[in-house]
Write a protein that binds this ligand. Structure first.
Ligand SMILES: Nc1ncnc2c1ncn2[C@@H]1O[C@H](COP(=O)(O)OP(=O)(O)OP(=O)(O)O)[C@@H](O)[C@H]1O
Ligand SMILES: [Mg+2]
Length: 299
């Protein structure tokens, strides 16, 4: 919550406000990024020598096992945290802190519970004062309708379903016209049906304006369905284990996930993630029976 507020408080927004869906596209370069936590003897390397590129106008999906450092990477790109070593460049310039050019939708809801959906959406622009009065109202209503919440704008977050809350979060981020949308497991916790619907809805938004997107997930089907490019992370300490360009055509629809092409991407990604999981099982001395059972999955 605090992070979301800070992210909207940059006094020098890099892009002037332009209501509507005209995305400005930005790219990110990560060069040899390292991040550790803790003091000396209990120091834990979370990210080590991570080098990757998020291409303007593309939907880049980061996949990695739970706890490998995905949210840490999000916090670094958003500017909430600083790398210990290495560089993070936004359009060639070092990221020095949070900014309105990068909006994050977090894995847990960050809607303000005592404000209505509408009040949540106008919160950021009101705080900065860069969009006011009728223009702000019109843009908020347009986005709420776009995400299918026109009828629910005066309800409080707790009166919305999980899927509706996620759509409200999307509208709240989109009103800032970010150059880069960062989504950290935004659909985690939704039931399978709502999750599928949210994926399709999110794809439609992306395919309309091709805003640069970084989407983090641990679900391989979700990753393949959405991605132009998949970045697979190794287990902690995390670095890029593999990059897969997903060349399924756009616009995408759910049936494509059962195509031979999608299945081939899935097999390739699963084999790599499986290897990573096996490494961590062995490192944590998990019982041989468990390792044998798990090995059968890709035999
Ligand atoms: N602020 C912090 N202080 C200390 N340790 C941290 C901090 N943030 C993250 N970590 C550690 O870094 C590691 C990676 O955490 P992170 O939340 O980035 O993983 P993740 O891949 O997002 O996990 P999940 O899939 O469960 O969301 C964990 O071991 C965590 O304990
Ligand atoms: Mg996380």
């Amino acid at each position: 919550m605090q992070k979301a507020v800070e992210a909207t408080m940059n006094p020098n927004p890099p892009n002037a406000f332009r209501p509507g869906d005209h995305a400005i596209q930005s790219g990110i370069q990560l060069k040899g990024v390292c991040k550790s936590y803790g003091d000396e003897w209990e120091r834990q390397d979370v990210i080590v020598e991570l080098t990757a590129e998020i291409t303007p106008g593309e939907l880049t999906v980061i996949v990695g096992p739970s706890g490998c450092g995905k949210s840490t990477l999000v916090n670094l790109i958003a500017g909430f945290e600083k790398p210990d070593r290495g560089e993070i460049l936004l359009n060639g310039k070092p990221v020095t802190g949070p900014g309105r050019d990068r909006m994050v939708v977090f894995q847990e809801t960050a809607l303000i519970p005592w404000q209505t959906t509408y009040q949540n959406i106008v919160f950021g622009p009101n705080l900065r004062g860069d969009l006011k009065g009728a223009a702000l109202h019109d843009e908020a209503v347009r986005l709420l309708r776009k995400v299918g919440l026109g009828e629910f704008m005066h309800k409080y977050p707790l009166q919305l379903s999980g899927g509706m809350q996620r759509r409200a979060e999307l509208a709240r981020a989109l009103i800032n016209q970010p150059e880069l949308m960062i989504m950290d497991e935004p659909f985690r916790g939704l039931d399978a049906m709502s999750r599928g619907l949210m994926q399709e809805f999110f794809l439609k938004l992306f395919e309309e304006n091709r805003r640069t997107n970084l989407f983090v997930t641990s679900e391989i089907d979700e990753a393949i369905f959405l991605a132009d490019r998949l970045i697979l992370l190794a287990n902690r300490p995390s670095h890029v284990r593999a990059v897969i360009d997903v060349k399924l055509p756009r616009p995408r629809h759910y049936a494509m996930l059962s195509s031979p092409e999608a299945y081939a991407y899935k097999r390739e990604a699963m084999a790599i993630l499986h290897e990573e999981a096996m490494k961590s099982f062995k490192a944590t001395a998990t019982s041989q029976d468990f390792i044998d059972a798990f090995s059968r999955r890709t035999d």
